[in-house]
Write a protein that binds this ligand. Structure first.
Ligand SMILES: C[S@@+](CC[C@H](N)C(=O)[O-])C[C@H]1O[C@@H](n2cnc3c(N)ncnc32)[C@H](O)[C@@H]1O
Length: 209
C-alpha cells in the first residue's frame, strides 16, 4: 500500500479543500502581480520555466492528480520560488467556485487529456462549459493559450473559442528548435514532438464581458 505523502509542501502545494471558500490572489501570493493559470500543469515544465522567466507574474498550476502536483511543487520549493504555486484539485471547481471573477490575466491549457475512446469523450475538459468558466475568471484583454497533438480535439477547441463572440484569434509563433531535453514548452509537447506528431497551437484574446 502506498504511504500518504509526508513532506510539507505548503505553500507551494495546497489542495482546494485547504483553501477557504474563495481565493484572493494578493493574499495567496503576497503581492499584486498579474496571475496566470496552467490548467492540468502535470510535471510543471511550463510552470517552472515561465515563472523563472517572468518573476513579475504569478503562475498557478491547477492539477487534479495530487502526485503530479506535489512533484511539481517540490521543484518550486527547491528553488524557493515566490511566484509559482500548485493547487491540487479539479480545475473546473477552482474556476467556478474559488477564483475571483475577472482576476486572471492568462490561462494556459496545454495537451489536455484526449480521452481517446468515444465513450469517454465526455470527460474531456475543454468544453463549452469550461470556456464559460474561462470567461468568468479572465480579465478583459486576458489571453487564452492552448496546444494539443490531437488534431481532432484541437479542432474542437479552435472552433469553440474562435466562434465565441468574445474571443479574438491571435497568431501563434513558429515552434522553435529545442536545444536540449528541457527546452520544450511542456513534457507532453516534448513527447509529441519526439514521436513526430504535429503540434497544434492556439492563442486568443478575451475581448470582454
Ligand atoms: C496530458 S497531461 C498534460 C500535462 C501538461 N499540461 C503537459 O502538457 O505536459 C493532462 C494533465 O491534466 C490533468 N487534468 C486532467 N483533468 C484535470 C482537471 N479537471 N483539473 C486539473 N487537472 C486536470 C491531468 O492529471 C494531467 O496531469
Amino acid at each position: 500500500m502506498r504511504q500518504p505523502p509526508t513532506e510539507d509542501l505548503a505553500p507551494w502545494f495546497l489542495t482546494l479543500p485547504d483553501l477557504d471558500d474563495s481565493l484572493d490572489w494578493p493574499t495567496f501570493f503576497g503581492n499584486d502581480q498579474p496571475v496566470e493559470l496552467d490548467v492540468g500543469c502535470g510535471r510543471g515544465l511550463f510552470l517552472v520555466n515561465a515563472a523563472v522567466a517572468d518573476p513579475r507574474t504569478n503562475f498557478c498550476g491547477l492539477e487534479i492528480d495530487y502526485r503530479e502536483g506535489r512533484r511539481t511543487a517540490r521543484r518550486l520549493k527547491k528553488r524557493a520560488m515566490a511566484n509559482a504555486r500548485v493547487l491540487g484539485g479539479d480545475a473546473r471547481t477552482a474556476l467556478d467556485q474559488l477564483i475571483a471573477p475577472s482576476s486572471v490575466s492568462a490561462i494556459h491549457v496545454y495537451f489536455p487529456d484526449p480521452w481517446w475512446k468515444r465513450k469517454h469523450r465526455h470527460r474531456r475538459i475543454f468544453t463549452d462549459e469550461f470556456l464559460g468558466l474561462v470567461t468568468r475568471v479572465l480579465v478583459t484583454g486576458g489571453e487564452l493559450f492552448s496546444r494539443s497533438d490531437v488534431g481532432e480535439y484541437f479542432e474542437t477547441i479552435r472552433v469553440l473559442v474562435s466562434h465565441h463572440e468574445k474571443f479574438q484569434e491571435l497568431s501563434t509563433p513558429e515552434l522553435h528548435h529545442p536545444e536540449h531535453d528541457m527546452d520544450y514548452l511542456t513534457s507532453y509537447e516534448r513527447k509529441g514532438r519526439k514521436a513526430g506528431s504535429e503540434i497544434h497551437c492556439g492563442h486568443w484574446r478575451y475581448t470582454g464581458e
